[in-house]
Design a protein around this ligand. Structure first.
Ligand code: SAM
Ligand code: FES
Length: 376
């Protein structure tokens, strides 16, 4: 928890500025090219990632901040995450709330409890609510639409983001018509072989991609993204992710390190690193100057200052938790997840101070993708 007493203003900016050692010619060439053109050839992306070290990480972060400042100034957009059910019919091998984790303590919030989260969040300045859950069959399309309509009616100036997994195009359309604006569905990995390793056979990359295209066609602002250093992931897989994202052109990109959960088949795997996640955030900011890019909770879990470092690497969104205190500790996607004890008010204050400590300020705008407008 950051408080006015322990908030060390500017420390991280100074730390980044201090890293002014010369960057190698080859890395500089790649980063400058990415900065100018937004793209690299496959071999250059691979070289850039594999040959990264402190100086090129500092250099690419500085370039990413330039792009971030050009488009967003020092604004950081706030998304209030409401984790409304951890009941899940899917069985992703990495995920702590997967169907087969019999040790997970299951819960589901009802419509009223979710609206209370929105009301509290609105009071703290949140203008986007992100409704996230496992793939919970109790939440039928009818119930989801009724929930969206109530939130839309009570908070007409807020954006509603859904993150509830794979559905049919008709379902996605009904949520959009009810008033949802955005949809987060990470592609997780664009490599079919790695996707197969991370998911049971019934879940396919093809389906995931079909969903993303459907969502885009309907008119949502869409968010894709991958887990960094998921078990078995290679540099080549990451390069595939970058090419996939370039083609998809999402409005939001969520990336975070893989973190093991002890009650999953990947419980003994190694967590993804902070340095590679930060480096990729900078790469993404240079590839997509206007994209909405969160510094995720997973990043804050592997490093206590991970979210601040994420913003300084080019991210421009943070997603504090608005879920009620009594269920937060149950939405455990991975071990040691942060912010499971604090209440929403403390979380908001903490975020405000964290951002201030690095020279950024939380914006109370909705923070839509530049140029996006709702199709009626
Ligand atoms: N059910 C929805 C879906 O699958 O898109 C939303 C919930 S799901 C838990 C949200 C995201 O959590 C996933 O897209 C995945 O990237 C991330 N996640 C799950 N387990 C994780 C882990 N062990 N480490 C890091 N991220 C994880
Ligand atoms: Fe369902 Fe992760 S396996 S949310």
């Amino acid at each position: 928890m950051i408080t006015p007493e322990n908030c060390r203003i500017g420390e991280y900016i100074r730390e980044f500025r201090a890293q002014t050692l010369p960057v190698s010619e080859e890395q500089k060439r790649r980063i400058d090219c990415l900065y100018e053109t937004g793209m690299l050839e496959r071999k250059d992306f691979a070289g850039l990632i594999e040959e990264r070290e402190e100086t090129s990480a500092a250099y690419i972060a500085a370039k990413a901040r330039e792009r971030q400042r050009e488009h967003f100034g020092t604004k950081v957009y706030l998304r209030g995450l409401i984790e409304f059910s951890n009941i899940c019919a899917s069985n992703c091998l990495y995920c702590g709330i997967r169907r087969d984790n019999a040790k997970a303590v299951r819960y589901r919030l009802g419509e009223e409890a979710i609206l209370d989260c929105c009301r509290a969040g609105y009071g703290f300045g949140f203008r986007t609510f992100v409704l996230q859950s496992g793939e919970d069959p109790w939440w039928t399309d009818e119930r989801i639409c009724s929930l969206i309509q109530r939130i839309r009616g009570e908070f007409p100036d807020c954006a509603i983001t859904l993150s509830i997994g794979e559905k049919t195009k008709e379902s996605y359309r009904s949520y959009y018509e009810a008033g949802a604006d955005r949809y987060l569905l990470r592609h997780e990995t664009a490599s079919p072989e790695l996707y197969r390793r991370l998911h049971p056979p019934a879940q396919t990359l093809q389906d995931r991609i079909r969903c993303l295209h459907d969502l885009k066609e309907i008119g949502y602002q869409i968010g894709a993204g991958m887990m960094v250093e998921a078990p078995g992931q290679t540099t080549e897989d990451l390069v595939r992710d970058l090419f996939f994202l370039k083609e998809l052109q999402p409005d939001m990109i969520g990336i975070g390190p893989f973190i093991p959960h002890s009650d999953t088949p990947f419980g003994n795997e190694k967590a993804g690193s902070v340095d590679l996640t930060l480096f990729l955030l900078s790469v993404l900011r240079l590839m997509f100057p206007k994209v909405l890019l969160p510094a995720t909770t997973a990043l804050g879990t592997v490093d206590p200052r991970g979210r601040e470092k994420g913003i300084l690497a080019g991210a421009n969104v943070i997603m504090p938790n608005l879920s009620p205190g009594d269920v937060r500790g149950k939405y455990l996607l991975y071990d040691n997840k942060i912010c499971t004890g604090d209440d929403p008010e403390k979380c908001s204050r903490c975020m405000e101070l964290r951002m201030k400590s690095i020279g950024y300020a939380i914006s109370e705008e909705r923070g839509d993708a530049p140029g996006w407008s709702r199709r009626v």
